[in-house]
Design a protein around this ligand. Structure first.
Ligand SMILES: NC(=O)c1ccc[n+]([C@@H]2O[C@H](COP(=O)([O-])OP(=O)(O)OC[C@H]3O[C@@H](n4cnc5c(N)ncnc54)[C@H](O)[C@@H]3O)[C@@H](O)[C@H]2O)c1
Length: 363
């Protein structure tokens, strides 16, 4: 495919560079400009984006005439201000990393952007595009019939180190359910085709980051928890998160159950972390289990090596960019709207609040 779009980047650390490596696999994509305050990250980005002009502000980035769109991949707490600055200066089609915002008090600012931003905005909920999850989304009704339950288990590695350790504190990241799990609340909305009405959560910091200190402060982020959600249509969702289980065979296990049976998507973590001396890194799988085990099916869904090398997300970043470029080029609807991005974060805020106050939250 030849997308031919010129991208401007706001923030180009680990995830920004994953975006660039994937865009480099799409013919015609060009990284025209990058605003990245950190010198090391600028150097790394320059090696994979040789045509990019490095600038020192968003204003300077927006002066680059050739830009077709902007991608925001800065730390979570920067997203909303930067979105507004782009709106006021030169609103271009936008891809913005999750979570859209980190403070529940900013709901009104999001609603205003939702109403007035004149160009398409895509929120980077890329888990939708991981091959086993995409398969589950496309086939869940055929496999399970009328769905009543969805559960998502994520057992993974602790939060990685980030530039200036922004992800160690709730006030920057929004909290673990916001930073990490808005992806899963987005998936639950897609699967149930409904909005959350009741959220109950437990969470805590059991193991990770306790011996870390930044500017005299110990990180306050949770490393495990459970969330139960009731949706308006009566469907039930459950999330289990553990961030000290990096030896697990699969990182995400999603199961959707209906009247006829169950469909599961099993997603391995990044291959670069797989250490077993004999067993190869697992392949992504889908398991379809009708109520009679006679019909059980297990499908392997391998991901192209080039896509695996370009990032940590089972090819999802590439597929997301193909869809984004199509939407911008053809002026068609984006898949993951501002509405989707903000609804997922609102569920996450309710989960954070429920866990800290010890009560169920009605939305
Ligand atoms: N969609 C996904 O699956 C996924 C995965 C990982 C990260 N993310 C998101 O991507 C974003 C970046 O995360 P990361 O892992 O790359 O972190 P990172 O720390 O590696 O990168 C963030 C970059 O932003 C730069 N930065 C800091 N302040 C800035 C500012 N005011 N303006 C512009 N740039 C600024 C930093 O110097 C750094 O290079 C976060 O919002 C994170 O939640 C999404």
């Amino acid at each position: 495919m030849s997308a031919g779009l010129n991208y401007g980047f706001v923030g180009c650390g680990m995830m920004g560079q994953e975006h660039i490596r994937n865009l480099n696999l799409i013919n015609g994509s060009n990284i025209a400009g990058i605003f990245e305050p950190d010198g090391n990250m600028r150097q790394d980005a320059a090696t994979i984006a040789p045509n990019a002009k490095f600038v020192s502000s968003i204003q300077e980035l927006l002066e680059i005439k050739s830009l077709d769109c902007i991608l925001i991949a800065s730390p979570n707490h920067c997203h909303l201000n930067q979105f507004e600055e782009i709106f006021k200066t030169r609103p271009l089609p936008l891809m913005i990393e999750k979570p859209l915002f980190t403070n529940p008090a900013d709901n009104a600012r999001i609603s205003s952007l939702l109403k007035h931003y004149p160009e398409p905005v895509w929120v980077a909920m890329e888990y939708r595009y991981m091959p086993p999850i995409a398969y589950l989304l496309d086939n869940m009704e055929a496999a399970a019939g009328n769905i009543s339950m969805v559960s998502i288990k994520e057992h993974r590695f602790p939060f990685l180190s980030k530039v200036n350790n922004w992800n160690r504190f709730n006030q920057n990241s929004g909290g673990t359910f916001v930073e990490k799990c808005c992806h899963f609340f987005d998936l639950m909305r897609l699967i149930t085709k409904s909005e959350a009405k009741l959220v109950m959560a437990l969470a805590g910091q059991a193991t990770n980051h306790k011996d870390e200190i930044y500017d005299g402060q110990v990180p306050d982020i949770d490393d495990h928890g459970y969330v139960l959600i009731e949706f308006e249509n009566g469907m039930k969702g459950m999330l289990e998160l553990c961030m000290f289980a990096e030896g697990s065979r699969f990182q995400e296990e999603i199961s959707v159950i209906g009247e006829f049976g169950k469909i599961e998507a099993l997603v391995p973590g990044p291959g670069r972390f797989w250490q077993h001396p004999v067993l190869p890194a697992p392949l992504p799988q889908v398991i379809i289990s009708p109520r009679s085990s006679e019909g059980l099916r297990i499908l392997d869904l391998p991901v192209d090596e080039a896509l695996l090398e370009a990032g940590d997300h089972n090819g999802a970043t590439f597929y997301q960019h193909m869809r984004f470029a199509e939407a911008i080029t053809n002026k068609s609807n984006v898949d993951v709207t501002l509405q989707d991005g903000s609804a997922a974060v609102r569920i996450a805020f309710a989960a954070q609040q429920s866990a800290s106050e010890g009560r169920a939250i009605k939305l």
